[in-house]
Ligand binder design. Structure first.
Ligand code: IPD
Length: 274
């Protein structure tokens, strides 16, 4: 058997490795959730927290990647980046939905993507993505050109309803002033859609779209690790993941939706000042 660390890996090899690492991290996170979870530090604001479990999970993931793929670059939420020489970058959120994790709401995820290029959505090509919810065991995977799956079930976005019957997921920034403006925009949106969902984990919001559990998702101030893996799940399930006005998704804006509903959602966001 050739070592995965040497030759150019196939996407299925990368997926198997990402899945194995996500599963190990998921078991560690689920076990840690059985005990007491406390805030270890605060980041961009008092509500933007990190727990020791986030750090330990990222350390485990980073170590496992370095052992198996020493030439790849790494970019993680809690420990930053390492350059590589292979052209591949692992983009990792050890616990997406940290606030849910802290409160024991069983809706958080290990998110691992392998991208060709840097950890920059405008310049990367996602190759594989894994989003695993340690609390429920649900595991979403995608391989570029190979489809998206929930476990063994292939995912395909259903034909969307009209906007006034669409269930729209979103999230709010950690910055208090921006949250206030986002809340006002959502208030203007509510009469024009079926309802709004704020579930607290961007990677799972994206996977929920791919699984037909919501009809659209948008958010501002997302980081690459929040959407690298889930974004590939969406596009492989037939959705689009874009920024505003045809731009690549970025910290400024990410919209994920069935292509037939994109124009209506863009108009909604423009009209409501989202
Ligand atoms: C956050 C979650 C949340 C989203 C935030 C993200 P974190 O990630 O995905 O749903 O609204 O924008 O930062 O901080 O829990 O890893």
């Amino acid at each position: 058997m050739t070592s995965l660390a040497s030759a150019r890996p196939s996407d299925s090899d990368l997926l198997a490795l990402a899945l194995d690492i996500a599963s190990e991290a998921g078991r560690m996170i689920a076990a840690a959730r059985e005990g007491t979870v406390t805030v270890a530090d605060r980041k961009s604001s008092v509500t933007d927290v990190v727990t020791q479990v986030d750090r330990d999970a990222e350390e485990l993931i980073r170590r496992r990647i370095a052992e198996a793929r020493p030439d790849d670059a790494f970019f993680g939420e809690e420990s930053g980046g390492d350059d590589g020489t292979s052209g591949l970058t692992w983009v990792v959120d050890p616990i997406d939905g940290t606030v849910n994790f802290l409160y024991g709401i069983p809706h958080y995820a290990v998110s691992i993507a392998v991208v060709e290029g840097p950890a920059d959505p405008a310049n990367w090509v996602e190759r594989v993505g894994v989003v695993l919810n340690p609390a429920t065991g649900e595991t979403f995977t995608a391989v570029r050109g190979g489809g998206a799956f929930l476990g063994d079930r292939p995912l395909r976005l259903p034909t969307p309803p009209a906007l006034d019957q669409a269930l729209v997921a979103t999230g709010f920034a950690y910055d208090a002033e921006l949250r206030g403006r986002q809340g006002a925009a959502v208030a203007r949106m509510l009469p024009r859609v079926r309802d709004i969902r704020r579930l607290g984990t961007a990677s799972l919001d994206l996977c929920n779209l791919a699984a037909g559990r919501v009809d659209a998702y948008f958010e501002r101030t997302l980081n690459p690790w929040d959407h690298a893996a889930g974004g590939l799940v969406v596009t492989e399930a037939g959705g689009v993941v874009v920024g505003r006005a045809g731009a690549a998704p970025s910290r400024d804006f990410l919209i994920a939706v069935h292509p037939e509903l994109l124009a209506a959602v863009e108009d909604l966001l423009d009209d409501t000042g989202a």
